[in-house]
Ligand binder design. Sequence first.
Ligand code: ZN
Length: 493
Amino acid sequence: VNHVWRLALAWLLLALPGCAEPDAPGPGGRSGPRRHEPATPVPAEPGATVEKSNDNVVLVIIDTLRADKLGCYGFDLDTSPELDCLAEHGVRFERVISQCSWTRPSIGSMLTGLHPRTLGLYRGRDETLDRRFDTLAELLRESGYATIGIAANPQIAGRIGFDQGFDVYVDSPRDLPVRARPATVREQWRRAGASHLRSPFSSLPSAEVFDSALELAGRVSDAPVFLMINVMEVHEKGPAVRPEFAGKYAAHPDRRYLRAIRQISFDLGRFLDRLLALPGFEQTLVVIAADHGQGLRDHPGIKYGERHGYLLYESQVRVPLILFHTAGAIEPGVVPTPVRDMDIAPTVLDFLDLDVPAAFAGRSLLGLLDDPAADVGLPPRFVTETYRPDAAKIAVYAAAWKYIENRDDWPLLDEQELQAMGQREVGPFTDRIDLESEVASDLDQYLAGWERAHPKADPVYRDRGLSSDLRQRLSNLGYMDDAGPADQLPGAP
Ligand SMILES: [Zn+2]
């Protein structure tokens, strides 16, 4: 009976109404990718049930994913049917702000419920996530969880502190020289029939990330599992996507970014089908999140406008957030209340009936699932900030406006900007600060008070900085001081 039930669960996502969507046939008459592949459960013992003390948690951080390029957030192309399905049968938060527009501070904040500046992550150099902070993984491990992290982005490598709390932490491989990776990845996709590959990929490819996740999770039968996954294809604009997706969105100027989303959505759906078929995963909370967005073509003329990490416009900090429970413990819905990435960790703990540390600045969002107007302790406005060797910006997001202070003396950008929410910001061309000076002054005062209440902690450097191969991989991704643009990896246009 249990075996049948497990198989039925494996088909849950597929069977839900409105979620199955066959893809167009791929090149050469091959049939396209199918979400309907039979799942391959790996039973611990035939017919055995697996009892766990609490629900499993799967946190998927899709690097560089903008909310507004997903169907469930209103995008008009079919980039995300699998994610849309999860959103339809789970809770989707409509307005989510990340606490920084690049990876390390943003994910540090997401995992600790603290602002990046409280963590000392605000310089954009070699600082680490210090061990003195409690991470979600540590708190779950203390509560009996088996904790597994698989991180494609070297910005959250174990050696800079992001492995804390994980029993197993797999990061972008350190054993292979950087230049050996592309061939490995290309070979993988060639076997899958791809012939269009051009660009190397210096992070763990999603196929490896998801396979490793499945394999490691499948080994745990005696404890609830916390599985954190970070994938990089969207960040790198899909240098290697399945051949079935290689020709999609050909007329769209952001086609490479969109194909990468399509790829990851497909991979994720397939991964969840298989994971949820494993014994012991019947009760699982799935959290889909992103660490920041990408400028793309929204800010013409603004320095580094197409990238992320340098600006605080909505393209860069407005991200998706979806919660889904496999056994229906979360009622489907949409939460319009603005929330933050740093609220994810307390929300997960609260959902599992575990204590949320008093030191957390993030708040549990569970109260909003029943009543979007509930007071769950969120501040009236959200602050997000970014610091890079040549960037220093801080912004306050309010209901109708965002107020930005550019403290980096860039060309074109004024020291202060007031931009309307929901529009493409183009520096002074969309700035309304002269027309709405009272709004700006109010937000400026809020920011001053907030900064007094949130002093910057000293950054912590460990292990004499970064090793040379990690430095090289960060450099390839455009993160080091002397590196090229983050979105112009080798092979990119
Ligand atoms: Zn990132």
